[in-house]
Write a protein that binds this ligand. Sequence first.
Ligand code: BTN
Length: 328
Amino acid sequence: MALRGDAVRTKILELLQKNTDRYTSGEDVSQLFSISRAAVSKHVSVLRGQGHEIEAVTRKGYRLVRKAEKMTQDVVRQGLTTTVFGQHDIHYLPSVGSTNLEAMKLALGDAPEGTVVVADEQTGGRGRQGRTWHSPSGCGLYVSVVLRPDIAPNEAPLITLLTNVAAAEAVQDLTDIIPVCKWPNDVLIDGCKVAGNLTEVFLSGDSVGHVISGAGINVAPLPEKLVPELRTVPCSLEEAAGKHISRVELLQAFLTRYEHWYLLVTKQGFAPLLSRWKELTDVVGKELTVQVRGETFSGTVVDVSTDGMLVLQDENGIEHSLFSGDIL
Ligand code: BTN
């Protein structure tokens, strides 16, 4: 069966990506995918139009110089193996106030589960507890996904942990560094925050209607002037890994990891996800202080409950189950 145009382009791109050290002849591409030489040249033009830099030399062939960096739907879909996340609309915006707010509007307009909003820059990026998420152009991955989970409202905090796991695993996929998950939503490398998520739940009567899960991952260093305002010292994947990180590949990894855990939760509930989150955190057993809406609780973390609450035992042996808060 003949492949669809975008499927052929994905294959051509994969082929060129495997052979960046040499030229691949138009004849080889045409034979491999059973298409004419003219069709090969057309597909290469489309790939170039998408932002891929492809060199063409007479009698030698094609060579991929650099993959596209813009997170447009076509580019993100190339090689994306998910079935739901990113397979509906991917709304790519060069600049937006907040991807979460944009995704919220789409969800209210019946956007299906798995709809993605991604931006190069956010002018009003939102963090937890009303904080700002600095989102300068090109410095990070700013992405939100629309979810319509069949869960009880008390399970909603677990979606924060799911997003936390997906972000941590995507970070590991791209950097080979195993990061640490900090309850409830931070991803740390050597104690520095590289990612956070803001998961917003919308109830419909007594049940969960839709959820917007937004993740921010620092890819390149933030401009100096923004850093002192931040609560936890931030750092970026490029600083930690010492190499260029493609935001397109990071987004693909995030959506793939997200889908894996989300579909598993649908089939098996939250238990496997919670065990995975516990593998990635070092919070259990730690003595710490947590601020919850102006009140502070100090003690030893004895567990994270099945509904995602941090269980802190104070010096009098009393256990406090904290739904949300900031570890100080
Ligand atoms: C935090 O650590 O406080 C959460 C940060 C969440 C930031 C992301 S960036 C994409 C999405 N859009 C927003 O406005 N916020 C989230």
